[in-house]
Design a protein around this ligand. Structure first.
Ligand SMILES: [Cu+2]
Length: 262
């Protein structure tokens, strides 16, 4: 696993820091590259589980093959009538319990890490609507809708079914709290590269958080069936440096029309 992370590090190092984007690729079989601590932990936990599961599958398969060959009819014409073996039963109950306990500790640690928002410097409210997202930055008095760019209006290089007219702009290296709700039916605000997926439920505020380590554009989708255009309300997060984020905030605050003096 360490070797794999080393390769991943080289991969990130070789990537240009600008223009990085993560979205589903055709025939993609694995996760997007993790860019938040939560997703890094999810990734590592998944890799650990895969090893444990692999060992279990290998052991059980080996036992089965051994039994099939060793006790086949031609070599074992008179089968044993034994039905119980207390020691064996204790062993095959205890070992799975120990494995589950071993898995449970990192699992709960991760669940709490995902659940409890660390002290955050920015709050974003994402409201699901049929079928677009409304974003608010309550501390900065910013509010806008984010609609999909229809296929016939895509500019070259834009992603089909993934591009929106107004992206969510966030600073990197900042703890960001996301509160999410809905104005109509249940939606779900999900960004795979962040390891984030929270249901947006009318009349309720759900909370999650992320901390992006790398500048780039990250694509997500509504992940709860919410009607005929469920597949047409993507989520696009653009992570920029904190300095550039301050500029963006200022540009959002300054009135777009020049005010007449007096
Ligand atoms: Cu939806």
């Amino acid at each position: 696993m360490r070797g794999f992370h080393f390769l991943l590090g080289i991969f990130f190092f070789l990537l240009p820091s600008r223009g990085y984007a993560d979205y589903p690729r055709p025939w993609q079989m694995y996760y997007q590259d993790p860019v938040t601590p939560v997703m890094e932990h999810l990734y590592a936990f998944h890799a650990t589980l895969l090893v444990i599961e692999g060992l279990i599958v290998f052991t059980v398969a080996a036992l089965l093959i051994f039994v099939v060959i060793r006790f086949r009819a031609s070599k074992n014409a008179v089968p044993s009538k034994m039905a119980h073996n207390t020691l064996l039963e204790i062993i095959w109950t205890t070992i799975p319990v120990l494995i589950l306990a071993f898995i449970a500790f990192p699992s709960f640690k991760l669940l709490y890490m995902m659940d409890v928002t660390p002290k955050s410097q920015l709050t974003i409210k994402a409201t699901g609507n049929q079928w677009y997202w409304t974003y608010e930055y309550p501390d900065h008095n910013i509010r806008f809708d984010s609609n999909i760019v229809p296929e016939d209006q895509l500019k070259p290089g834009q992603l089909r079914l993934f591009e929106v007219d107004n992206r969510v702009i966030v600073p990197t290296h900042t703890n960001i709290r996301v509160i999410t709700t809905s104005s109509d039916v249940v939606h779900s605000w999900a960004v795979p590269a962040f390891g984030v997926k929270r249901d947006s439920i009318p009349g309720r505020l759900n909370e999650t958080w992320f901390h992006v380590k790398q500048e780039g554009v990250y694509y997500g989708q509504c992940s709860e069936l919410c009607g005929v255009k469920h597949g047409f309300m993507p989520i696009v997060i653009e992570a920029i440096s904190p300095a550039k984020f301050e500029q963006w905030l200022a540009s959002k605050k300054s009135p777009s029309q020049p005010t007449s003096g007096g």
